[in-house]
Design a protein around this ligand. Structure first.
Ligand code: SAH
Length: 235
């Protein structure tokens, strides 16, 4: 894997493009400018890595559109040193952007194959989020509370567990709506039992699976145990 001048040039263009589409947070734009997105693509699709488009990865999942990653990151308003939980590791691209923003990232992926890919790729790129395989629709209570929680799959509702695992003053960014279209909800936990939310433009994400998700398995009691990385002990 190589990050050539050509890739760097294309990445600069991409940053300009998403800035033109309305992203203003300098740190977010800088983070997008740093993460080599083509590392998440097979070499033959390399040219697509710096288009502002979602792209299929594996198992019917996608690497989110750069604008969407930037939009969610901007709404998440991450400060360096904050503990951030991501539901839906997917390719791992969003997790890398969060790390570039200075976050300590915990990320959960439902599909084992994608989790396996990410635990190999991200450390090789120099990114070290805490990665877990399992159903994150009910969060990752073992390491709560979090300063920020980001869900990168479309939900039908806000899972109450995610609010519970948020620190007071913390933010949750989650796409909520129908299967076809979701609004980006930004929920602030203003006290132990009070939240305030706002909804933003529309997006289309792959569905949130699992117990609090909208999959065919939902409600059947199927639940994956959260597995840990070989070298990481669960508390
Ligand atoms: N953040 C990703 C976007 C991936 S698409 C990226 O930057 O590439 C959404 C991902 O959420 C998919 O990989 C899907 O498998 C995962 N997902 C869906 N439901 C989930 C759940 N309940 N727990 C954990 N991951 C889930």
């Amino acid at each position: 894997m190589e990050d050539t001048y050509k890739h760097k040039g294309l990445r600069k263009q991409l940053v300009k493009e998403i800035a033109n589409k309305g992203i203003t947070n300098k740190n977010v734009l800088a983070a997008i400018g740093k993460v080599p997105r083509h590392f998440f693509f097979e070499r033959i699709f390399d040219a697509h890595a710096y288009e502002d488009k979602a792209f299929p990865i594996d198992l019917g999942q996608t690497i989110s559109q750069p604008f969407t990653v930037a939009f969610q990151s901007e709404k998440l308003n991450v400060k360096a040193g904050q503990k951030v939980l991501e539901i839906g590791t997917g390719s791992g691209y969003q997790a890398c952007v969060l790390i570039e923003l200075g976050a300590e990232v915990y990320t959960v992926e439902y599909h084992k194959k994608l989790y396996r890919k990410a635990i190999r790729l991200l450390p090789a790129m120099g990114y070290q989020p805490h990665m877990y395989h399992g159903d994150g629709s009910k969060g990752l209570p073992q390491f709560a509370p979090y300063d920020r929680i980001i869900v990168t799959a479309g939900a039908s509702d806000v899972p109450v567990e995610l609010i519970e695992q948020l620190r007071v003053g913390g933010l949750l960014v989650i796409p909520v709506g129908s299967k076809a279209l979701q609004s980006m909800l930004v929920v602030e936990k203003i006290s132990e039992n009070k939240v305030r939310g706002e909804a933003h433009d529309h997006f289309r994400f792959v569905p949130l699976l699992g117990e609090r998700g909208r999959s065919a398995q939902a409600g059947t009691g199927k639940f994956l145990t959260i597995e840990h990385d070989e070298d990481k002990k669960m508390p």
